[in-house]
Design a protein around this ligand. Structure first.
Ligand SMILES: [Fe+2]
Ligand SMILES: [Fe+2]
Length: 409
């Protein structure tokens, strides 16, 4: 081993290879960067030199990047050499082929220099953490916004059962039979409604064994609330274990906020507490859109850093939520809640509902949350006349509802 640290760039497009060399030279001045014009040349160079990293295009003359990778993996001297694939192929199948061949990282062209350098540094440090971590949350925010601006069309869709339900309620004249018909189209929701109707969430005398009886016991507004809550669970599914957990936590936070907001509305004598339940369910909908974008971007990452995802969700969800709520054709009231629920006094329309959702989030803030006395002295609580004993009682009841819901949902 010569002691000189070297990187091999294999790409038949000379201008791309030169651009990569220029980026690497600037970011890693201690490295020598060699260039191979095709797969065969890359194989010869890699098998006779000691490279710390091979960065390769996929489609190349004489030997493709995936073939080069398999050859390197079969050779004792190069079987562990970090390998990054740079390609225009962004589909999951190609990624799966590269992953099977033993690729260490994968980047889709065109890419941002900052992202490329982060990945290269990660591989050189023998880290498998992929793209994210530490300062990289900033980079993730940058990538997510960039992806969205380039025209992200894969918006989460409003569940069909909710659409049908909204139509039904818009028509004004709703009967239990109409609702039963809509609910029975979705057997998972139908079964859950029956479980809810038989649970301590709704205390009834006898067993409720049909959808019709469940709806009768729950009442129309409550039925609608649970249908939206249950349908929200299926709006977005991810195969990634980290994003799955993020979605699960988000779903429970939304339900918890819905209970808390409804209880606050009851306590403050609002005429329609169920509306607050619905607003609570949907207030963080921007996080769904963000998870959807991260899920899409992450097909090329070896790992996702949950802390980085949490950080961008906190900073971006209000803005992204307002985009989604418009796409779902919800009106200005929903828009205001989704956009301003962490900064209600920035809104031109500081409504009762907006202050309640804001307060529900303060109350449920977890370890970082404020205590009842602190919340009582907030401007929002003063405006609504919310006292600390009321907050304590709301917290207690919310916890009780969530515990019951966890047993049946
Ligand atoms: Fe939020
Ligand atoms: Fe929230």
């Amino acid at each position: 081993m010569s002691g000189v640290k070297k990187i091999l760039v294999a790409d038949d497009e000379i201008h791309i290879a030169m651009a990569i060399k220029a980026i690497l030279k600037k970011a890693l001045p201690g490295y020598v960067v060699d260039h191979a014009k095709n797969g065969v040349e890359a194989w010869k160079m890699a098998s006779t030199n000691d490279y710390q990293l091979v960065i390769s295009d996929w489609n190349m003359p004489k030997k493709n990047g995936d073939e080069l990778l398999s050859d390197l993996r079969k050779n004792n001297d190069t079987s562990k050499t970090p390998f990054m694939m740079l390609t225009a192929r962004g589909d999951r199948d190609s990624y799966a082929v590269a992953a099977k061949a033993g690729v260490d990282d994968y980047l889709i062209k065109p890419f941002k220099a900052a992202e490329f350098v982060l990945k290269v540094k990660g591989l050189l440090e023998h880290e498998t953490a992929g793209l994210l971590g530490g300062v990289q949350a900033e980079c993730l925010a940058d990538l997510v916004v960039d992806r969205f601006k380039k025209g992200y069309t894969n918006l989460p869709v409003l569940p069909k059962v909710v659409k049908n339900f909204n139509k039904l309620f818009e028509s004004g004249d709703v009967t239990i039979e109409d609702i039963v018909k809509v609910v029975e189209l979705d057997s998972a929701i139908a079964l859950k409604l029956i479980s809810i109707a038989n649970s301590p969430l709704v205390r009834g005398a006898s067993d409720c064994l049909s959808v019709e009886r469940a709806i009768t016991r729950l009442g129309l507004p409550e039925t609608k609330n649970y249908i939206v809550a249950l349908a929200n669970k299926g709006v977005l599914v991810s195969e990634n274990i980290i994003l799955k957990k993020v979605l699960e936590d988000l779903w429970w936070h939304s339900l918890e906020t819905a209970y808390c907001a409804k209880l606050l509305a009851i306590m403050l004598n609002h005429s329609n507490p169920d509306k607050l339940f619905l607003l609570g369910l949907l207030h963080d909908v921007g996080k769904l859109l963000l998870v959807s974008i991260v899920d899409d971007l992450s097909i090329t990452w070896s790992e996702i850093d949950k802390a980085a995802v949490d950080e961008i969700m906190d900073s971006l969800h209000a803005d992204f939520g307002s985009v989604l709520i418009r796409a779902w054709n919800f009106g200005d009231e929903f828009y205001d809640i989704v956009h301003f629920h962490h900064s209600p006094f920035d809104s031109e329309n500081i409504s009762f509902e907006l202050l309640v959702i804001y307060l529900a989030n303060l109350i449920l803030g977890g370890d970082d949350g404020k205590d009842a006395v602190e919340i009582t002295s907030s401007q929002a609580a003063i405006r609504l006349g919310l006292k600390s004993d009321m907050i304590m009682s709301v917290i207690e009841k919310t916890n009780e509802y969530v515990a019951s819901a966890r047993r049946v949902l």
